[in-house]
Design a protein around this ligand. Structure first.
Ligand code: NAD
Length: 496
């Protein structure tokens, strides 16, 4: 019998209100059934929101340094269980162990960063314009926060939202992705063990259409923080717009690496391989386009193809494997459809473009590293997010064209340029339209103490991580203390 997992509401592990469940299977071997999870309904969501609402008045009054101390404990417990969780995560979503360890590490880093913020959470003091009057601004919590997360960073992304939300004094309901519910269970076991009071954190499994949508629509949820596709983010923004609910959105990307003629080609090659095929191309910051200066294009393409062909595909639990499977069959079909579109558009397929079904891998959702040459900037494979191991090479004649091509998509998440020319590097930092720019580094590799997010259709103006995430999860309140003992009128009493 497969293990049946539960929701976590009001400090208890509970079944869904209906008996309906969904399966969680290993994408490297779909015969491996990991467990069954509640396919939660709007009633389950309502119960979790009610628990969070009830817990809010007390949690908001716990001093922020104390809330931070709980997060230190959470970070310590995550550290102790890092290897166990990383292994479980690889089984659940396929990326290789090195990367799932990194994913848990991001949660640990975020716990300690947020824990430290408990003794900062700075506001401002500033002189008042009237005598005997004191002026300051402070942060206050928002209330009940609904968190909706994708499957590609099953620990990092929930913790990016949850820890700052808790530190600011909010209570939360998390709806994790259907493909990675077990990582969320492990996180909540740790939150429980760290002693977070009942109702402050709640976990509801289920589909986006049912449980996710119910969370977005619930009248007692003051904030939705969503990471996922631009299509879903747009729908969520529309619903939140109607009720004027605060909403932060982290969405898709179509990231590019530029390699100029003066670049260190070996370095740029390592960056392109890691950026394009790490996490099987399923990162919001994955390198999906490679913009090559025409002088080095032929040489660099040969170097790239030679290495990409040798990438070892397989089960991420094998330490020698370099690339795991795609998340599910629908994702594999979607990637494969894009490959057909690329061929029809006239791009030249250099390698890959087929499912990988050799030997035991017939039971997983594997796909070969795929590289297209002769891609033009307006082709669909150069414009739309593919979310798989597919890299499109675009040739350019100079720096200006490289920047224009890089900027020429609806997205604006991550970007990278390899050059030894410092002036070009600074021009790129200035002119690239993206939330993140790497100089001589791949498009992936964000650190948790810097703002993370994108421009254009990647986001709606917020930034997670860094100090900026605290602007999402707190409201600013301006406070004036008048100790003059008389009515003083700003803009009037001291006017000329
Ligand atoms: P997705 O949009 O399909 O799902 C994300 C989450 O939203 C899931 O939990 C899902 O159940 C839920 N959801 C789906 N429909 C919903 C609805 N109508 N109402 C409420 N919730 C709903 O995305 P995915 O396939 O899980 O993840 C891949 C996408 O996420 C890619 O586009 C990727 O670029 C993006 N992503 C972005 C970032 C970032 O920080 N910018 C990070 C990781 C992933």
């Amino acid at each position: 019998m497969p293990e049946r997992y539960k929701n976590y509401i009001r400090g208890k592990w509970v079944d869904g209100k209906t008996a309906k469940t969904f399966e969680n299977r290993n994408p490297a071997n779909h015969h491996d059934l990991i467990g069954l999870f509640p396919d939660s309904s709007a009633e389950d969501v309502a119960e979790a929101v009610a628990a969070a609402k009830k817990a809010f008045p007390k949690w908001r009054l716990v001093p922020a340094p104390k809330r931070g101390e709980v997060l230190y404990k959470v970070g310590e417990l995550l550290r102790q269980r890092k290897e166990e969780i990383a292994r479980m995560m690889t089984r659940e979503m396929g990326k290789i162990l090195k990367e799932t360890r990194g994913d848990v590490q991001e949660g640990i880093d975020t716990a300690f960063y947020a824990g430290g913020e408990g003794r900062r959470l700075f506001g401002e003091t500033t002189p008042a314009e009237l005598p005997d009057k004191f002026a300051m601004s402070v942060r206050v919590p928002v209330g009940v926060c609904g968190l909706i997360t994708p499957w590609n960073f099953p620990m990092a992304i929930p913790t990016w939202k949850l820890f700052p939300a808790l530190l600011c004094g909010n209570t939360v309901v998390l709806k994790p992705a259907e493909d990675t519910p077990l990582t969320a269970v492990k996180l909540f076991e740790i939150l429980e063990q760290a002693g977070i009071p009942s109702g402050v954190v709640n976990l509801v499994h289920g589909t986006g259409e049912q449980a996710g949508a119910a969370l977005v629509r619930h009248g007692d949820v003051q904030l939705i923080s969503f990471t996922g596709s631009t299509a879903v983010g747009r729908e969520i923004a529309a619903v939140c717009g109607q009720s004027l609910k605060r909403v932060s959105l982290e969405m898709g990307g179509k990231n590019a690496e530029i390699v100029m003629e003066d670049a260190d080609l070996n370095l740029a090659l390592e960056g392109a391989l890691w950026g394009a095929f790490g996490t099987t191309g399923q990162r919001c910051t994955a390198t999906s386009r490679l913009i090559l200066h025409r002088e080095i294009k032929k040489q660099f393409t040969e170097m790239l193809v030679e290495r990409a062909e040798k990438i070892r595909i397989g089960d991420g639990l094998d330490e020698t494997v370099e690339m795991g499977p795609l998340i599910n069959e629908a994702a594999r079909q979607s990637v494969h459809r894009y490959v057909q579109i690329g061929k029809q558009e006239g791009a030249r397929l250099l390698i890959g473009g087929t499912l990988y079904e050799e030997g035991q891998w017939i039971n997983g959702y594997f796909y070969k590293p795929t590289i297209f040459d002769q891609v033009t900037p307006t082709m669909r494979i150069a414009q739309e997010e593919i979310f798989g191991p597919v890299l499109s090479i675009i040739e350019v004649k100079n720096f200006e064209e490289a920047i224009e091509v890089l900027n020429g998509t609806p997205y604006g998440l991550s970007s990278s340029i390899y050059t030894r020319d410092v002036a070009r590097a600074f021009r790129a930092m200035r002119d690239i339209e993206a939330g993140i720019t790497y100089i001589n580094g791949p498009t992936i590799g964000a650190e948790v103490h810097l703002p993370f997010g994108g421009v254009k259709e990647t986001g709606n103006g917020h930034r997670e991580a860094g100090t900026t995430v605290y602007d999402i999860f707190s409201e600013w309140k301006s406070v004036y203390v008048d100790y003059s003992g008389k009515l003083q009128k700003a803009q009037i009493d001291n006017a000329e």
